[in-house]
Design a protein around this ligand. Structure first.
Ligand SMILES: *Cc1c(COP(=O)(O)O)cnc(C)c1O
Length: 455
């Protein structure tokens, strides 16, 4: 007899993952290495260590160790807000009238409001262990900056955040959460760095971009003693830390003998999705099981569905290593009416390679349909979702509706990465009918792609 599935499947504390899963170690054809932009040779440990913490560089370059132990100090922190519940969306299934079984893994149950804390705490731990004074980073909408501020405050590190200027001005709440945790927040581009001054000279009045803020944060880290730069997505190490999402989800499903058919996640830089799919994709790569994976991205920033798989700059100032990824070009900036996050021009190299090999699908969705799904979900399931997470909700609903049409009883799992409490200005636009969709033309994308480096 099948066990009755509770609304929320929680794991016991002793069932929490003790090691992260390194998905690259399961891949026969590995993601391409980061390249030094000057020499076009793979970045060495020594070169990366000037920018990043030593232990994190080790994780960044390791594509053979399958499981990497989670230090006890990090597990102690995880215990404060993990395990995250895996929720059976009974109300959503009923409202849709679908035979599909829908589950979501909810990562919004911590003060920073998203999955980003899973990697922030690991990165802060290794920085403190190395004896550093502090770390620098960029933040767009503010979730990463918030998570990192919490993590730095826990380990007694100084935290300097370059926040994209338009968000700094339009999202004062996240900025103040960061300051509550002791972070120093600077609107970017700023006059505090050479690259910031250069960008301001070239584009006076610019409201900034993630790519700009990354360049500034890297410059700040490398010009101050005892500081390193940390990043909240895209890098291998971040996917590694985020594997706790997938490991917990799989352990919870295994407890009830549930095998998902489709696993869906939103994709900005690709870290939550990479983490969610890790143990499932590992099984697929080993030929032990088969799953469908769907990455969902905004139609206004469609790196997987319309980008090119090539080496590109990771930042506007071109100070970071080159990464081979699906990219829209490092100069690509989503149109001003794009409301949510997921605005990075590229996709993490692991997901890019899996997508290139045809092991994962991708779908681009327009923001008004994303907010329709968000509102519907809030009304039936109670949780107010982040706009980013709502991309996954959109496609989960679409797939569940397909099951209704075909009568198939598929099991769908999606990642609900965070809450939308600080995104009410975007919700307001949606409610007032002032939200529009914008899909970049081939010409616009072509223009940004024409500036790819010649590798
Ligand atoms: C940052 C963020 C994302 C996107 O980042 P990934 O690295 O693609 O996971 C998605 N959802 C929320 C709530 C976020 O804060």
């Amino acid at each position: 007899m099948k066990k009755e599935i509770p609304y929320k499947i929680y794991l016991e504390e002793n069932e929490l993952p003790k090691a992260w899963m390194n998905l690259r170690a399961y891949m026969d054809k590995k993601p391409a290495p980061l390249l030094n932009p000057a020499t076009l040779q793979p970045m060495t440990k020594e070169e990366l260590s000037q920018v990043f913490c030593e232990e994190l560089v080790k994780q960044e370059l390791d594509d053979t160790t399958k499981m990497i132990e989670i230090p006890q100090e990090i597990r102690d922190f995880y215990k404060m807000y993990r395990p995250a519940p895996l929720v059976r969306a009974y109300c959503l299934e009923k409202a849709l009238g679908t035979p599909a079984h829908i589950y979501y893994k909810f990562e919004g149950n911590n003060t920073s409001g998203s999955h980003k804390l899973n990697s922030a705490i690991a990165q802060a731990y290794y920085a403190q262990k190395q004896g550093l004074k502090g770390v620098t980073t960029e933040t767009g909408a503010g979730q990463w900056g918030t998570a990192l501020s919490m993590a730095c405050s826990y380990f007694g590190l100084d935290c300097r955040v370059y926040m994209v200027k338009v968000s700094y001005e339009q999202k004062p709440f996240r900025r103040e959460v960061m300051r509550t945790y002791g972070a120093n927040v600077t609107p970017s581009p700023s006059t505090t760095t050479a690259v910031g001054r250069k960008i301001l000279e070239e584009f006076p009045g610019t409201t900034g971009s993630l790519g700009c803020a990354i360049s500034e944060a890297v410059e700040a880290a490398t010009s101050m003693d005892g500081y390193r730069y940390v990043l909240g997505s895209v890098l291998n190490q971040v996917l590694l830390h985020q594997s706790v999402i997938g490991l917990e989800a799989k352990a919870a499903l295994d407890k009830y003998d549930v095998k998902p058919d489709i696993i869906i996640g939103c994709a900005g830089g690709g870290s939550n999705l990479g983490g969610l799919i890790a143990p499932f994709m590992a099984e697929k790569l080993e030929g032990k099981a088969d799953y469908r994976f769907i990455a969902v991205e905004p139609a206004s920033c469609p790196s997987l569905t319309r980008g090119k798989y090539a080496y590109d700059y990771c930042d506007t100032g071109k100070v970071c290593p080159l990464s081979k990824m699906y990219t829209l070009g490092s100069g690509f900036i989503p149109s001003a009416n794009h409301a949510g996050g997921l605005r990075y021009h590229g996709m993490t190299s692991t997901l890019s390679e899996l997508y290139a090999q045809g092991l994962m699908e991708a779908r681009a969705v327009e923001q008004t349909s994303v907010f329709e799904a968000a509102e519907y979900f809030a009304r039936v399931e109670g949780i107010l979702p982040a706009p980013e997470s709502s991309h996954a909700i959109r496609v989960a609903i679409d797939e569940a509706v397909k099951c209704k049409e075909t009568g198939e009883e598929k099991t769908i799992v999606f990642g609900l990465t965070g809450t939308g409490y600080f995104d009410m200005v975007a919700y307001e636009k949606f409610h007032d009918g002032k939200m529009s969709d914008y899909i970049p033309s081939d010409e616009e994308i072509g223009k940004a792609l024409a500036k790819l480096p010649n590798v």
